[in-house]
Design a protein around this ligand. Sequence first.
Ligand SMILES: Cc1cc2nc3c(=O)[nH]c(=O)nc-3n(C[C@H](O)[C@H](O)[C@H](O)COP(=O)(O)O)c2cc1C
Length: 439
Amino acid sequence: MTVPQPARGRARQDSIYRPGALGIAPLVPTEVTALERRARAAMSRKAWAYIAGGAGSGATMRANREAFDRWRVVPRMLHATSGRDLRTTVLGTDLAAPLLLAPVGAAGLVVDDADLRIAEGAHASGIPYVFSCQGSCPMEETAQAMAGTPFWYQLYWSTDEELVDSMIGRAEAAGARALVVTLDTTMLGWRTEDLDLGSLPFARGEGIAQYTSDPRFMEIVRERLAAGARSAQPLGIDPRKPLQAARAAKGGLATLLSMSRQHPGGVRDNLRSPQPRAAVETFLDIYSNPGLSWEHIATLRERTSLPVVLKGILHEDDARKAFDMGVDAVVVSNHGGRQVDRSIAALDALVRVRAAVGPEPTVLMDSGVRTGADLFVALALGADACLLGRPHVYGLALDGADGVSAVIDNVLGELDLTMGLVGAASIADITRDLLVPAY
Ligand SMILES: Cc1cc2nc3c(=O)[nH]c(=O)nc-3n(C[C@H](O)[C@H](O)[C@H](O)COP(=O)(O)O)c2cc1C
């Protein structure tokens, strides 16, 4: 028998309607487009471009949402579902609900100490957070901010194998419960919004905190500095255009200041040191390995005792191969449409992957999940849990840790109400027969 949890949905509605009776509207909208609109107004142009932007024409992002629109829930009646239990277990991690926060790099574009605020929000709502390899805070500090709520660590495979080991070792020591290796970003996709602003957060030192806090990475930086590596890259400024040159000087100063602020140590000392810039250049050179292959993945069993999760799987043959190799789980994801334009929608890929691997293997999903009803549909189509991406960053932009928590609570409140209205008392009750294709 399942133990009913406090009804999340009713509690969430109450927490909004009660202040509403006093004329106070929620700071973090429940409706998706309103959430995006308000978050956009709270962010700089560069932050919005990086967070909301996608690859190319944005077709993959649109496809992610359209895939959800092609399914309809068929509620059952008179099922006496008075209590719901949203709990589940994934890879030995007990989850209060089948939801984790997706790894998001460079969230420091939105607020300072972004990862700490996200961790606090995740903890407040009892939801695990997958720390990004391109986080804005060292993983050890973010782990503290989780205050005992489980977390996983996401790895981008560097060209430096010692750095890979160092990051895995730190994640284990910090208490991560799983290692998530992201496969789909061996290079950055063609991100038109960022390109049109000429904006790459990492080039300003944003999102490289896992690296500048890593002993192996800093060893490489020091070696490169000692070897006098990398003189300044030509900037492509035409000296006959003085306005452009003046702007470049101002932009260069801002970038220098940003790098010095992000780098460990004092800003004044950093401004005088070549190290912050060398760290950025080293990061850009080695953070990811375009030569990543199954052979690299095969080495993981020897390198970590953590469950291994492969993120970015879209083809069912890749999913099969992953499980054949002994990988513990996959995340079906197209990186929120940020990598390959005109890619298959993640939800469509989920259906194919689940059909190919059968009911047993652990399959997670992200890319396009926005609401509790979306989560319900993904679970009914075979996901064991979903990762919530952009929406939690929008919450962060609007109200820091409280905003992150509000977004999670809204999604889970709607999931709980959907389950109660449809007749699913537990996560296991969310089954495929509760859906039909949209006509
Ligand atoms: C701003 C931003 C940064 C991201 N950074 C990472 C990252 O560092 N590592 C990673 O594996 N995925 C990263 N992702 C992808 C997310 O983990 C997730 O797959 C994606 O956000 C899902 O799409 P959705 O937000 O549209 O639902 C990032 C996504 C966004 C929006």
